[in-house]
Design a protein. Sequence first.
Length: 334
Amino acid sequence: MNIIDILGSKSKELGKKEIAKNLEIPEGLLSQYLSGKKSPGLKTCQRIIDLYGKEENVPLKEDVKSQSSDGSVCEWFDKDGIINCEYTPPEWDAKKAAWPGRDVCLCLPVYNNVPFAHYFTMLTLVAKYRMALRINARGEDSMITRSRNHLAKRFLDTGATWSIWIDSDMVVPFGHAGVFMTMTNMRQVPEKFLAMHTIERIISHGRTMVGGCYWDRRGGGKLIAGSRTPIVNAIPTDTLNGVDFVGTGCLAVHRQVFLDIAKKFPETMSDDGMGNECGFFTNIQTPQRMLGEDESFAKRATDAGHPTYLDLGLLCGHVGSGNVHGIPLYGSKI
């Protein structure tokens, strides 16, 4: 008998209302479990077992990891309602020296539905590399800081050199200027900027922390970056600009950044007891305010010797309010 069978049996015996009360969950959520629309997390499964007889041999959802005949590995597992999935290229150790993209791991935090524009651009972005890229994704986690912390830990476990962070509401350049222009409505931008390939561009500068330009998704024209000194170069222009932080929606971080942060701040490699496997992105409380996870990560990186740069030529769209917001016609605010 599995967990759902137990729930079904006890619901018939005691009634859904009583079961939901005992499990401390809404009755509607219980109905979703029974119908198969949702699966209970590990804590709920344990509570079911504790309350209803500690039935033996109850199989919980386990990690699923399989290796294909070509040597590629896919992993999919659901821990306490959070989905983590990983793709490792085929015969990684034997062939990595010959493959473009071999040193890159895409880190993809996903929450809620993925906009079609993001889905399409990601498909075309990775198509160039075929199966060479590593991919780590985390889904259905409403706490973005925790999601980024988990992905950072999993990135380090891959051994890859570069982590490239792309959020699920981003539309990034993928090498096709016309389509990208149409999707983002950035019609006044020179073609060479629209035709960039994000992965190639963002790791080409010889810097360990580089982010792309994107603006708030409400159309307010605010650049998602922070700098105590104004950005004097025009956007777009083919230059890097030092900043205090950039948004993690499109960001390349070299492996050494994480290693040096961990060396300077050993606590970042510890489980904090709140579901974070590590603490690279954990919010920092200052006397003035709580820093966002992007600011907190950039501060730790800077303190560890890795300043942050904004690529003024890498322009990204930001999905929001039914539109993809690109560079504002009336100029950026920072």
